[in-house]
Design a binder for this molecule. Structure first.
Ligand SMILES: *Cc1c(COP(=O)(O)O)cnc(C)c1O
Length: 379
């Protein structure tokens, strides 16, 4: 079945009692039992909810996995993965990992005795040298945030293969419509479903998808034990958002490519970061690994300072100044003072996040209007 059909049908069956074509919002905390321990598979809302189950099955199918687990946020999903670790264990991640992921690893888990290495995962030898017998997780995003570098999922999985570590890919920026890491050898996929999956800037949610039943069992235990589950209403909204995931992504990617081309020719711009540009370092790999190049575009200004960036951030009308991404509406952001403010300046600079760097999340408005808005702000 093609992806465009899966988004409509996966995990969703007509409601058994009424035939309702859309999964109902089972807004309930508990379920009545026939006799103690005799029930229809549902005991308590933290453990199971039919709306959540439909969403989890849909997510598993879209990512080419066997098991999906929904969480109250992307960070709650990542937190569940980090809870697989014990003191002394090590994690390897990237220098430009999502700011909140960096914060969770360093500020929360280092105090529990977890050691983290943030390296350039494009460097295969460096990865091989960093892996040791205590490495348990290799965690990365591709495209990366906000520099939109492309990491070779297949190659990293091969390098990690003979170790004790699992590979977890944060697939938030690509969405399963563009890239399915499990099919490339990854053990686990994480999503901030807040972004493209829900897609309408009205839900905070996270997800994990895997194939291995043992890994699923451990994560399912943590999901229930820690209890960071999404409510049924949010699960419904995500299920509804998923139906248009393919058409939304198609449009947003097309818009993004046009905008990247436009910015690339602009005299005030120093560099455009977009894997769809033939001149971009990750272009060949992105062409191989992804079905389209995504809808995130970053750029730096020739006048490389916050003041110059601020002028643009203030002047756009259609692009709203906001954190987050992946909604139907276009957003503009300043990583150094917003999404990546929690990363120390020296580390930010090392990752290429300069003071003039601006990040765009391209929505599904008409591209002509978006281009006009940017050109006006760049005047
Ligand atoms: C937003 C985001 C997260 C965090 O997800 P929340 O839903 O905000 O908790 C993690 N990774 C990436 C790449 C993100 O963009």
């Amino acid at each position: 079945m093609k992806f465009e059909t899966k988004v409509i049908h996966a995990g969703v069956e007509p409601d058994p009692t009424t035939g309702a074509i859309m999964t109902p919002i089972y807004q309930t905390s508990t379920y009545v039992q026939d006799a103690p321990g005799r029930h229809k598979g549902y005991e308590y809302g933290r453990t199971q909810n039919p709306t959540r189950t439909a969403l989890e099955e849909s997510l598993a199918t879209l990512e080419g996995g066997n098991h999906g687990l929904a969480f109250a946020s992307g960070m709650a999903a990542m937190d569940a993965v980090l809870k697989l670790l014990s003191p002394g264990d090590e994690i390897i991640s990237t220098t430009d990992v999502y700011g909140g992921s960096y914060r969770l690893i360093v500020k929360q888990y280092e105090q529990y005795g977890i050691k983290a290495h943030f390296i350039d995962l494009r460097d295969r030898q460096l990865l091989r040298d960093t892996i040791n017998e205590r490495t348990r997780i290799v965690w990365f995003e591709t495209p990366t945030n906000p520099m939109l570098k492309i990491l070779d999922i297949k190659q990293i999985c091969q390098a990690v293969k003979n170790s004790n570590a699992i590979v977890c890919v944060d697939n938030t920026f690509a969405s399963p419509h563009l890239q399915r890491p499990l099919e490339l050898g990854a053990d686990l996929v994480m999503h901030s479903a807040t972004k493209y999956i829900a897609g309408h800037s009205d839900v905070i949610m996270g997800a994990l998808i895997c194939r291995d039943p043992e890994l699923e069992e451990r994560l399912r235990f943590i999901q229930n034990a820690s209890g960071a589950v999404p409510g049924p209403m949010d699960c419904f909204l995500a299920l509804r958002g998923i139906k248009t995931l393919a058409v939304r992504m198609d449009r947003a990617c097309k818009n993004a490519h046009r905008i990247a081309d436009l910015l690339n020719k602009h005299k005030k711009i120093a560099e455009v970061f977009y894997p769809g540009l033939e001149s971009s370092e990750g272009h060949t790999l992105a062409t191989k690994q992804m079905e389209q190049y995504g809808a995130m575009v970053s750029f730096t200004l020739k006048e490389d300072n916050k003041r110059a960036a601020n002028k643009i951030l203030k002047k756009t009308r259609l692009f709203s100044l906001a954190e987050s991404l992946g909604g139907v509406e276009s957003l503009i952001g300043h990583p150094a003072s917003m999404t990546h403010a929690s990363i120390p300046k020296a580390k930010r600079a090392k990752a290429g996040i300069s003071d003039s760097l601006i990040r765009l999340s391209i929505g599904i408005e008409h591209v002509d209007d978006l281009c006009a808005d940017l050109l006006n702000a760049l005047k």
